[in-house]
Design a protein around this ligand. Structure first.
Ligand code: F6R
Length: 243
């Protein structure tokens, strides 16, 4: 796992975007795994800027990590809406190449199975972008006694519901479950880019730098992946003890 510590959110965002830009330039049909949340917003801005300067997204294929159960794509809190607003509506991506789990499927188990199948059919993910929860979750793979390999419906922890309530009018509006990629698709990605900003992530980041796999910190599993870059700002790196 390679850790890169940048000064602030802006530098973290730029460094993250540069890795994606390089990926797209070296393979125009790259399969990107994408994350939502507060952390990657700045990175998506840089990607839109790169598109405005000529970067071509027309052959790019994307798979998002997750979607809230119960939210329609046109709900401003849905991850589909977030992705359209922050990236997809602003670049020349082919809409047929966008994949986001549906939070309103009538047959959610089938939907999860098909999601994994489509990732495999596309040859797997070339570059997976991740944020990290304060509790160490990736996607919505929450701390627990076991971790799931495949795309599934996850119950959100109280910690996550509280953290995500900042995007909703009130905490009761935060969905309590989400469809999320499992650890299998994430770990099978050829390369992983994890971004973290702010001191609220410092503890989780310190934990994933310890050479211990702890299921209470799902992101610690990333240590078993051969190609992970973690980009932090000073706040997120503040408890990091790199030997
Ligand atoms: C979002 C996702 C989550 C977030 C994490 C951090 O698609 O899968 O794991 O990356 O909850 O969220 P922020 O960036 O809002 O702190």
């Amino acid at each position: 796992m390679k850790f890169i510590v940048t000064k602030n959110y802006e530098e973290m965002s730029k460094a993250g975007a540069d890795i994606i830009i390089e990926q797209i330039k070296s393979k125009s049909s790259s399969v990107l795994g994408l994350a939502t949340g507060g952390t990657p917003v700045g990175m998506y801005k840089h990607l839109v800027e790169a598109y405005n300067k000529g970067l071509d997204f027309s052959k790019i294929v994307t798979f998002n990590l997750d979607e809230y159960v119960g939210l329609k794509p046109d709900n401003p809190q849905s991850y589909r809406y977030y992705m359209d607003k922050n990236l997809f509506n602003n670049v020349n991506i082919n809409k047929d190449n966008i994949h986001i789990p549906s939070g309103i499927s009538g047959n959610i188990d089938k939907e999860c199975e098909e999601y994994d199948e489509s990732i495999s059919k596309m040859g797997g993910i070339d570059l997976q972008v991740l944020g990290i929860g304060r509790n160490g979750h990736i996607g919505f793979n929450e701390p627990g006694d076991t971790l799931k390999v495949k795309t599934h419906v996850a119950k959100l922890s109280q910690n996550t519901i509280k953290a995500n309530s900042r995007f909703f009018n009130k905490i009761e509006d935060v969905p309590t479950s989400a469809v999320t990629m499992g650890l299998g698709s994430i770990m099978k990605s050829k390369k992983i880019l994890l971004l973290a900003s702010g001191s609220s992530k410092a503890q989780a980041i310190a934990k994933i730098a310890e050479p211990i796999i702890d299921l209470k910190v799902p992101a610690s599993l990333l240590q078993l992946h051969p190609n992970v870059v973690v980009i932090l700002d000073e706040g997120a790196a503040s408890m990091l003890n790199l030997k």
